[in-house]
Design a protein. Structure first.
Length: 363
């Protein structure tokens, strides 16, 4: 049984996604080095292995939000936004300002030259390579009441649930067809980057995450019953996305590993189900680290925001050492150090902010 102080499926997904997105950033850094063909391919395969981060974050956020909302007698949108303001929006604003003002070299799709372009970079998630996640994910926080209304409408009707899932799948397939025809076929991905910032691109994961959070018992039974099928789908989908990436030839370009493919959608959903399967198994056996997972999930988003800062700092200061080591060893070292520093920083800032808040209230 999931308790408020212990982890749920959403917590597992957030921690896995946060760790995986840090690894994605590190792989991008390492790939810019002078690497052999085999090392480039290995990095491409690892990158595809963790190509589930945005869907897992969204699925996890909606899963936990729906689960906790159902324990409340009445949902208060104002209180909800107030809580998310401190947990998500303020850290996003502060880190975005830091990247733009202190580390402007990290900007994507151009540089700001005046206050108008500064605002564009700020709100578009272009302040750093990873902030497009924030631009997109925060939309799900703002429009959360719509998902809550959807769940209220579905209630406990299996027919309505099946209808919503069917429409979500059809909508996703149509979106993938449109993307392939308008963007990918024309080799104009870079000029259509705004699509990454639209929550509608990942709507299926929000819908399925909400339904999974509502029908927790049925979701648990379903993935346990069909776990061999899920594993088979995962293997096939992983082979498929790697085959598609390698078809572009050398050098390996990670932008070719896009979310907007049927293969990637299958891989992401299968990976989410496998992480959920692990979570349900550990929750049912009351594993001792459930509280730790819940604790880490609380800081996962804030650790995600700051990880590029620590990665850049480590790379600049230890570049001479890294140049003498095997690239794969560099990946391992950077992943461990970036993860530890990012979570430590997130926890420390939270403790400091709480103490400041307490002092202000006393005064």
């Amino acid at each position: 049984m999931e308790t408020q102080s212990e982890a749920d499926v959403g917590d597992y997904l957030k921690v896995f996604a946060c760790t995986a997105v840090m690894l994605q950033s590190i792989l991008s850094f390492i790939l810019n080095s002078n690497l052999t063909k085999s090392t480039q391919i290995t990095i491409g395969l690892i990158f595809n292995l963790v190509k589930f981060t945005a869907p897992a974050f969204i699925f996890g956020i909606l899963y936990t939000s729906i689960r906790t909302s159902q324990k409340q007698l009445q949902f208060n949108y104002h209180s909800y936004l107030s809580q998310q303001l401190h947990n998500l929006f303020i850290p996003t604003i502060l880190w975005t300002c830091w990247y733009l003002l202190v580390m402007p070299q990290l900007q994507q799709h151009g540089q700001f030259t005046n206050w108008q372009t500064w605002l564009k970079q700020f709100f578009s998630g272009n302040a750093a390579p990873h902030l497009w996640y924030s631009c997109m994910m925060l939309q799900f926080i703002i429009f959360y009441p719509l998902f809550l209304k959807l769940i209220t409408w579905v209630n406990h009707s299996s027919k309505k649930c099946s209808l919503v899932i069917s429409l979500a799948i059809i909508g996703q397939l149509l979106w993938l067809v449109i993307y392939r025809q308008l963007v990918f076929q024309g080799n104009t991905v870079s000029s259509w980057y705004w699509l990454d910032r639209l929550g509608i691109s990942f709507l299926i994961y929000g819908i399925l995450g909400s339904l999974a959070g509502h029908f927790r018992q049925q979701f648990s039974q379903l993935i346990k019953r069909f776990s061999p099928v899920i594993i088979l789908v995962w293997i096939i989908a992983y082979w498929w996305i790697n085959h598609q990436l390698l078809q572009y030839g050398m050098p390996i370009k990670l932008e070719h590993a896009t979310y907007y493919q049927v293969s990637t959608t299958l891989y992401d959903l299968a990976t989410i189900c496998l992480i959920a399967l692990l979570a349900f198994n550990q929750i049912s056996h009351s594993r001792p680290w459930l509280r730790l997972i819940h604790f880490l999930a609380t800081y996962a988003y804030r650790a995600f925001l700051g990880h590029i800062f620590w990665l850049e700092l480590l790379w600049l200061n230890l570049e001479k050492i890294f140049s003498k080591l095997n690239p794969l060893l560099n990946i391992l070292i950077l992943t461990i150090l970036t993860w530890l520093l990012s979570f430590a920083c997130a926890i420390m800032f939270h403790v400091i902010s709480q103490k400041i808040k307490t002092v202000l209230q006393l005064n």
